[in-house]
Write a protein that binds this ligand. Structure first.
Ligand code: UD1
Length: 386
């Protein structure tokens, strides 16, 4: 009898921006050793600074990307188009059987669009989220990616409902839970080990931070940082808050640039602007904050999981489970309301929260199981012979 031939299919993870890395890590780990797939990581280079990219690969234990497209910054069209041009060559060369895209960044939509037109199966991790705010570039990325992807992995029930309402066939939808929480749970212990070193790492005074005794801030969305007058008032408000409690603000490069361009000087009181933190340092900071102020999507989820009060400087969220079940509250752009909410929380009025179902550390494994079952039943024509 001839020896049995083994077939493995090439599975390509496409990552590009900071919020992608912690989502891809658990899926890659869960697929390791799965005989159906050989894995490859492609980094688009959308985020390229060490503290926006490489530090995450180190902290998360992700292997170096097999391919880096090095697209860098640009307008949305330039960045998206550049990723499309460069990734097409990589897909044609490597001929993956399936491409995994994550979240809602420009790299997600660009890779999905090229892959699907080459007839490659596209799986979207973190599908179905909707803010219903089309002025957010990420909302457009979510809608289009979900529309063209073949397999949709959702983190929560609202994701399934949104997709069904848009007419997506139920057999494409797999509710697997939240992959970011897989990473958070896996690395909680290592993050805690960083706590004593934070003053040195973040160049803060030794007495800062103390547990439950500081406010943590991250803001980078156009709606908060692009308009100079509003940004100036926001900084003023944070300075006010810092008269009561230290405020630690790891500043995204885009926000740093807007502050510089608007000539806004920051300093005084206890408002500390620091460089963007790595994954483990940020988790340590987040866990022990008295309150978090943010406009990020992922941080709304992580604070809900950790039970830390979160005030979101947006009027909508694509993660409604964080406000219905979790500790997140939407503040919009009202800075007086922000101050009031911070004061209430510091006086002890902390929102009670519950962890959403399937945010349990096993979402990556569920994705791996679905993919293995799906492709095991496929014709070997779509696979690469080894
Ligand atoms: C992107 C995502 C956003 C996510 C955020 C997290 C899209 C549409 N948006 O927004 O959903 O919340 O990442 O960080 O994809 N820059 C650097 N170094 C870097 C990366 C960026 O200096 O390593 C600067 C550049 O000036 C760049 C600007 O930041 O122009 C914005 O970067 P970009 O990737 O275009 O979008 P983000 O605002 O980071």
């Amino acid at each position: 009898m001839p020896p049995a031939t083994t077939y493995t299919m090439l599975l390509m993870h496409i990552v590009g921006a900071r919020p992608n890395f912690m989502k891809a890590a658990p899926v890659r780990a869960a697929l390791e050793g799965c005989p159906t797939f050989t894995q490859l990581i492609v980094h688009t280079g959308q985020h390229y600074d060490d503290n926006m990219s490489q530090v995450f690969f180190r902290d998360l234990g992700l292997p170096r990307p097999d391919v880096n497209l090095e697209v860098g910054s640009g307008s949305h069209s330039v960045q998206t188009a550049e990723i499309m041009l460069r990734i097409e060559r990589v897909l044609l060369e490597h001929k993956p059987g399936v491409v995994l895209v994550y979240g809602d960044v420009n790299s997600t939509i660009a890779a999905a669009l090229v892959a699907v037109k080459l007839g490659i199966t596209v799986a979207h991790v973190e599908a179905g989220l909707r803010s219903f705010d089309r002025s957010m570039p990420e909302e457009i990325n979510r809608i289009v990616t979900d529309r063209i992807a073949d397999m949709l992995f959702t983190p929560s029930q609202d994701g399934d409902e949104n997709l069904l309402l848009e007419g997506v066939s139920p057999d494409k939808i797999y509710r697997v839970g939240n992959v970011m929480i897989d990473t958070l749970l896996r690395l909680q212990g290592r993050a805690e080990e960083r706590w004593p070193f934070l003053p040195r790492t973040l160049r803060l005074p030794d007495a800062v931070p103390r547990k439950q005794n500081y406010v943590l801030v991250t803001l980078h969305r156009p709606s908060n940082v692009d308009e100079s007058a509003y940004l100036a008032r926001l900084v003023e408000t944070l300075t006010d808050i810092s008269r009561h409690l230290p405020v630690i603000f790891p500043v995204h490069p885009r926000t740093r640039e807007r502050l510089r361009a608007a000539g806004i000087s920051v300093g005084g009181e206890q408002l500390y602007l620091v460089d963007p933190a790595g994954y483990l340092d940020f988790q340590a900071l987040q866990k022990h904050a008295a309150v978090v102020i943010t406009d990020s999507g992922g941080i709304q989820e992580e604070t809900t999981f950790l039970g830390v009060p979160c005030l979101t400087m947006r009027s909508n969220t694509e993660r409604p489970v964080t406000t219905s079940l979790g500790t997140n509250r939407l503040i919009g752009s009202d800075l007086d309301s922000l101050k009031l909410h911070v004061r209430r929380i510091l006086e002890g009025e902390r929102p009670a929260g519950k962890r959403p179902p399937l945010w349990d550390g096993h979402a990556g494994e569920r994705i791996a199981a679905v993919l293995a079952a799906h492709f095991a039943s496929r014709d070997v024509d779509t696979a690469t012979k080894t």
